[in-house]
Design a protein around this ligand. Sequence first.
Ligand SMILES: Nc1nc2c(ncn2[C@@H]2O[C@H](COP(=O)(O)OP(=O)(O)OP(=O)(O)O)[C@@H](O)[C@H]2O)c(=O)[nH]1
Ligand SMILES: [Mg+2]
Length: 318
Amino acid sequence: MPKIQEIARGVLAGDRRSIARAITTIENNSPKAQELIASIFPHTGNAHIIGLTGPPGSGKSTLIDKIIREYRRKGKTVGVIAVDPTSPFTGGAFLGDRIRMQELSTDQGVFIRSMATRNYLGGIAKATKNAAKVLDAAGKDVVIVETVGAGQSEVEIIKVAQTIVVLFAPGLGDEIQAIKAGIMEIADIFVVNKADRANADKAVMDIQAMLQLNNKEKKWKPPVLKTAALTGEGVPQLIERIEEHRLFLEKKFERKRSREKAEAELVEAIKEKVASSIIEELKREGKLEEFLQKILEKKMDPASIAEKLLNRKFGKQV
Ligand SMILES: Nc1nc2c(ncn2[C@@H]2O[C@H](COP(=O)(O)OP(=O)(O)OP(=O)(O)O)[C@@H](O)[C@H]2O)c(=O)[nH]1
Ligand SMILES: [Mg+2]
């Protein structure tokens, strides 16, 4: 592996191998990852980051394939991060994605990468965010993050996006119920895919009914669109709405959203740094087990221990 600064320079030049190496560095979460992010960070903030989530099999990958082609037709470059919950070696869907996307992977304006959730144990949201930063710094105009909309961790992952697209397929009524918590509130655009199937209109109406209950006071009214990803029908309209949302953010909310995002990122970074430095210290002193034992024996609660440790580290004023 070349040095981090070399990788960073390669990323900024849009070099594919450097981008791949940068993301691998992030996946390994070594101290080098931070050095890398620090050096590319000033060059981020130009890409439009789109999150696309939905139940398994709703057609996310098929749709992304068509979205990429549409953006390419418009002369825009695209990066994709597919956060895949299945093993990269046995997952059928992943294999399908691979074959479909292989054709696109010879296009220099496209970069596609799968990241398997099992490797991260909770850190996947951070890894995804940083991988998106790499593609942003590499000059991609659009970065798409694909996740399977299932639980809280997916909500965390998808929050890295500026525009969140939630995909459904007709007849997946139960899934609509299952993922509606959390995801429904943060969706900017709803898509009912497989519009070629019966019940597509019913699914559109179901979502619209749900939105009427939820979104009364929002300035951006999430549209509900239909697509047929296999044929590409409805994709240009979807891109139009995504662009509209981007302009909406730029005009009205971007500063606020970015500020909130900056704050959330800072809080996250502080938490991580403080926690790991205290835990490392306890490990070095051989005291970690002692404190864990206190919790297990109900002699002290975790919050009180945390306070004690913070006081010790920073003095009483904390
Ligand atoms: N009839 C119909 N089938 C579709 C459409 N879009 C996708 N499919 C099919 O639905 C299946 C799942 O598509 P994928 O794109 O792999 O779905 P996904 O949401 O990425 O799936 P996971 O990544 O496994 O969660 C495939 O067999 C697709 O060919 C569509 O518009 N109409
Ligand atoms: Mg997929």
